[in-house]
Design a protein around this ligand. Sequence first.
Ligand SMILES: [Ca+2]
Ligand SMILES: [Ca+2]
Ligand SMILES: [Zn+2]
Ligand SMILES: [Zn+2]
Length: 607
Amino acid sequence: MGSGVSEKLFHSRDHSDVEMSSSHLAELVTDTDTAQHFLFKYGFMKPVNLESTQSPDFDTLTDSDIFSEDTVQDRTSSYHSEYTEHLPESPHFISALLEFQRVSGLPVTGVFDDATKVAMNKPRCGVPDKEEDQSDTMKTSTTAEDLNESSEPFNVTATVQSNNTDVVQNNTSDQDEPENRKQHHLQTLIHRNKRSTSALWGHAAFSKNVLTWRLIGEGYSSQLSVEEQRHIFRLAFRMWSEVSPLQFVEDLHSSPDEIDIRLGFGTGRHFGCSQSFDGAGREFAHAWFLGDIHFDDDEHFTAPNTGNGISLLKVAVHEIGHVLGLPHIYRSGSIMQPSYRPQDDGFELDWLDRKAIQNLYGGCGGRFSTVFDWIRKERTAYGEVVVRFNTYFMRNGWYWLYENRSNRTRYGDPVSVQVGWHGLPSSGVDAYVHVWSRETDAVYFFKGAQYWKYDSENDQVFSEDADGRRYPRLISEGFPGVPSPVDTAYYDRRDAHIYFFRGSMVYRFSVQANKLAPKSPQKITELFPALTPGDHPASNLDAAYFSYTHNTLFLIKGASYWRVVGRRERRMKRSLPYNSLLPAREVQQQWFDICDVHASALRTDRR
Ligand SMILES: [Ca+2]
Ligand SMILES: [Ca+2]
Ligand SMILES: [Zn+2]
Ligand SMILES: [Zn+2]
């Protein structure tokens, strides 16, 4: 084993590293020789003897090939023999250097200059950026559409490529010591790697939406408490969950090979993994296409927002992205950039990352309990009273605040209805109504046979209002003639009526007269006719949502919504019947990223 650690030739210029055991420091890229090693290792350069080194067929490998520690040692030396065959100025080297400089946002000089050296020595992910001849694909991988086409073969072809027969023979007899546990893990690893040889980055790695994960017991970090590690991973999974249909469950009981995603910390040779870690610095983690994530415990991992070191949360989110099938993405803001970016505490998945994962797994669906804009009056610094509103999507006991301006949900949502609205039923509500006229400003929530009036000033339901009415009240008492439960409702400011929907009927209720309007109830299809025959929700709406952003009423049912023709549409086209429904569209095409997270993750405090 000792021969595997090469003597260090380089120390940090400030000698900050001399206190540490040099065997734990990653060897730095210092010259064209080590630069070539880097370019080779991360896929910018291909080996010379392609036939003999490329893509071993796993079915022909014996256990001893892979269990042998020396196979990996030997791989290191085979890198040397391969890349030293390139002259530093070889066209291969220069074009690889150019490509690295281009994707890294460096001056594209084709020369191994200081900026390039610094970039190569930055902490980075161990997953290769590209496989040979994929540079064109990767160039365009910065748009969501193209991510689907970036055929990035998994790690395994790039790492287990020296299948040296001599070493295999030398080691077939050297089988007496491996621990069972390690072997078991390794066998799972091998099993998975087999499957992953045909898998490609940029494709969905899993065909199911609920995935299990575990921090493996033999792979705890020595730097953070186990509870901290698990909490950080829970957060990391939750962040992907918030922007995709995927849900993640921590599984502490199933056997390791039944777990979808396993995470562990190791140093140097670890878990029988075919890719060794390099000591402190440079590579901080790597991921295997179908389920294993390894962190280099020689790095100084830290909890979020704790200053120096490498944020374990950021690294975990990145590596989970790989396990799910995402390649590296070269765009500032993306968590899938190969190098670690220390500068943004409290980071979030940006638009591109969201679209990238949704490109693999689709958008988010699910029925809503109700959708509404919450109006509030605020006084500006100049003393003007302005009306502001927030948009809320509720599903059972959880809600999302929707940021219309950035067209996404608030980071960290959903949260519990009871956190946002004190005193509402924990299972959520059927409908929301804001009666807003010259005389009245009242907010009601409806659930089952009851309704609550909400005290916006004190941010809680009224137990008794100014008129001495106690809540919750029966809908039949407060709104005579209206049945319960209701599917949804909204207040129409144009005619000062509440529209209650139930089944296929609409009940128009006059707030002023406190009774149903004449002819009520009527069919939904009568009051809200389809513009295209048959294109209509007909009955059992989820929500009737008046959006102040669009100044429009939307009827929502399942994954679809119908825009209701209002004044603005009629101004543009007079022949459109009043309150008719424009053709159905998908909710997720209008309101993005309203994604469930698993019930167990909902309890993880996000802030
Ligand atoms: Ca390292
Ligand atoms: Ca509803
Ligand atoms: Zn990576
Ligand atoms: Zn590993």
